[in-house]
Design a protein around this ligand. Sequence first.
Ligand SMILES: *Cc1c(COP(=O)(O)O)cnc(C)c1O
Length: 377
Amino acid sequence: MTSRRIYLSSPHMGGTEQKFVQQAFDSNWIAPLGPNVIGFEEDLEEYLGEGIHVAALSSGTAAVHLALILLGVGHGDEVICQTMTFSASANPIVYQGATPIFVDSEPDTWNISPIHLETAILDRIKKGKKPKAIIAVHLYGMPCKVDEIVSIARNYEIPLIEDAAEALGSRYKGKNCGSFGDLAILSFNGNKIITTSGGGALVTKNSERKEQAVFLATQARDEAAHYQHSQIGYNYRLSNICAGIGRGQMEVLGERVTARRKMHQFYDDLFNGIPGITLFREPSSDYFSNHWLTCLLIDTNLAPFSPEVLRIHLENSNIESRPLWKPMHLQPVFNGCPYYGEQVAEDLFTKGLCLPSGSNLSIEDRARMTKIIHEIL
Ligand SMILES: *Cc1c(COP(=O)(O)O)cnc(C)c1O
């Protein structure tokens, strides 16, 4: 008999989600609007802090897309994007007919390198086009070098979109990820730290921008009894059923962050002292990661195994692990897009592995992983 599969990151319900979903059924709010949508937005606004407005959407990808539209990104424009990320950070640039300009990571946070970012901006300006936006990601929950990135964005007056899809609950210098950019996005996909099954949000400090986002997300209907449109709209609003799941999940977000950080500590103890293996960790006390996924770097010259050997060893015991995000500038679909940087993201991709990090992994699951990993050590 094969043992139950241990996943990288699986949904973890708190218990009150169904109460909110039941309320939606009882009141017949079975639609992409309703009290749970409003309630979920309020919960997120309260969590993220003063002056934050949140528009709940059908996905994080939809949020990136609307962020670009709100910033006026259109055909022929250029948008800078961190190369080391999930493709959903970059795809909406192409939806808008714009070109992604990819920028390398720096080794401390694995996120966008301030040095290469500035080089990219200067070179694009020299070539005749100032980038319309910068997309910076907090990868695996690790905050990017916020002060440096924000200051470059301000200096060149380029709006910053913060992709906090993986970083709800993370903080930089005590402030929540999602609160630094001109706009930020969140994701509540099934694998994220909290989930609505599928969903996302656009985050802004500007209440008019939120209104504009909701307008665009609900088919851009002008104020009139008949259906009147003077702009192209989208069907991007979050379902009231899914938002009910989100309200339940918000009650346990704090616990989920604690549990994910405990998983990180578990691996820290497990791999402690093994040559050639480095756990991805916060570079200083300025950074507080939700440790959405715990990742390793494996130096094959020193370590007893390569990332791929470890991955297959785990897979043979029905334990899921995964290479890091393959950088966008190496993806066939983005072939030919400009790239600024060196080999940092590429090296991380070659050496890295993401380990099962869910908040719902039991003591038995951890014992199983300890046994299987000790075998290969
Ligand atoms: C998950 C994710 C997204 C997209 O979110 P969806 O809700 O799946 O559309 C965007 N960026 C990053 C970095 C992500 O991990």
